[in-house]
Write a protein that binds this ligand. Structure first.
Ligand code: NAD
Length: 358
């Protein structure tokens, strides 16, 4: 299966079980014969899939070297990027050469950023191996690294030349990361794909990962394409983020990952939407049921109004108003600008209504 990204410099995303062994053949037409490829990967993924990728790229005539960093988001820093630059400089990389990222979103973001900034920008190929990275490709090419003050604070826009996704690699992904990625899949269903949501409800997606990954990419791409006609259409993908990122900030006794926080944020946003009379009644319950069926939490230790207050105080969103993404019903969103202080008040009412129903 293939999705053609028609934004910026068009490129393909290929999604196919077992395609890892064909990366070299797919990449061959894109670069000069004998070009150098630097595989950027982490210490969990490279031992699992590195050899197959090296073999495939070498068979296609590329000179292959590797840079492997200690797995984990903590390594997504400028310090690691400097090491990638040094590895490429030592090999005498030129603008004809390229980077291949093999791993999850941490690897994709950081390897893409290194490529974007080395020699003023060289090409890169992504081979995503986590569910999160497969279903959430950098359509607009946003890549970057973290600072101690926050995630993804340093970055640029640099699109990959090709993305090659092999859903079979998800077989080795630890459960916690698979569940995290399912939060993202469920979000696509909520915001724009009612049929996908139905498949999720019926438990039909895990056995069809090729199709599911492709559907999610098509959703994200369609929203970015709509940006041309409807300003900020892709903001729909922020459904659940207002409350989810507030939850992440609040932390707690058992801090939740990004995906899990967004999942709870989606339930909260649906409840708020229902209390505003914007979201079809029963939507929050449907989202809750789907999240639970894939092992995602739907409750938080924090009081509803505390989360709303933290959301209202989010310093990364400027202005008196917040742009709340709400659902009309499953598969359809609406942007609802709301005064920060009003949000807290309205959320308190929603929380009260929710408590009474229980
Ligand atoms: N570029 C984008 O569009 C994009 C999209 C989503 C997320 N992100 C970024 O990606 C990060 C989160 O993504 P993530 O969850 O993939 O993080 P990650 O890359 O840190 O991967 C999570 C863990 O899973 C392991 N792993 C990945 N694939 C595996 C496999 N097939 N088998 C065994 N282990 C495997 C990794 O080694 C790591 O320990 C965040 O930094 C986020 O900002 C970027």
């Amino acid at each position: 299966m293939k999705v053609r990204v028609n934004i910026g410099k068009p490129y393909d995303v290929i999604v196919e079980n077992g395609v890892l062994d064909r990366v070299g053949a797919l990449v061959q037409p894109l670069f000069k014969a004998g070009a150098q490829a630097m595989i950027v990967s982490d210490s969990n993924v490279f031992p699992l899939y590195g050899e197959r990728l090296v073999r495939s790229l070498s068979a296609a005539g590329f000179k292959v070297s590797g840079f492997v960093f200690g797995a984990g988001e903590a390594q997504k820093t400028l310090a690691t990027v400097t090491q990638i630059y040094e590895a490429m400089a030592e090999k005498g990389f030129t603008r004809d050469d390229f980077v291949v990222t093999l791993g999850g979103g941490t690897t994709g973001d950081m390897g893409g950023f290194a490529a974007a900034t080395f020699l003023g920008g060289i090409e890169y190929i992504q081979v995503p191996t986590s569910l999160m990275a497969q279903v959430d490709p950098p359509i607009d090419g946003e890549v970057g690294v973290d600072l101690p003050m926050g995630k993804n604070l340093v970055g640029v826009f640099h699109q990959p030349k090709l993305i090659v996704s092999d859903p079979e690699t998800l077989g080795t992904l630890p459960d916690e990361y698979f569940i995290d990625g399912m939060g993202e899949v469920i979000k696509y269903g909520c915001v724009m794909d009612e049929e996908l949501f139905g498949q999720l409800e019926r438990g039909e997606v895990i056995d069809r990962m090729e199709e599911t990954v492709c559907r999610c990419i098509e959703c994200k791409h369609a929203l970015y394409e709509t940006d041309a006609a409807v300003e900020n259409a892709h903001a729909a993908l922020h459904f659940g983020h207002t409350f989810g990122t507030a939850l992440e900030k609040l932390g707690g006794t058992a801090p939740l990952s990004h995906g899990l926080s967004i999942g709870i944020g989606m339930v909260m946003a649906a409840e708020v939407g229902e209390s505003f009379g914007i979201t079809e009644i029963g939507t929050a319950a449907k989202i809750r049921a789907v999240l639970e069926s894939y092992g995602l939490p739907t409750e938080t230790e924090h009081d509803f109004s505390k989360v709303a207050e933290a959301a209202a105080q989010n310093k990364q969103t400027s202005g008196k108003q917040l742009q709340l993404v709400l659902l009309k019903q499953i598969g359809s969103t609406v942007l609802h600008p709301i005064d920060r202080s009003y949000l807290v008040l309205r959320y308190k009412i929603a929380a009260e209504q929710h408590r009474r129903k229980q």
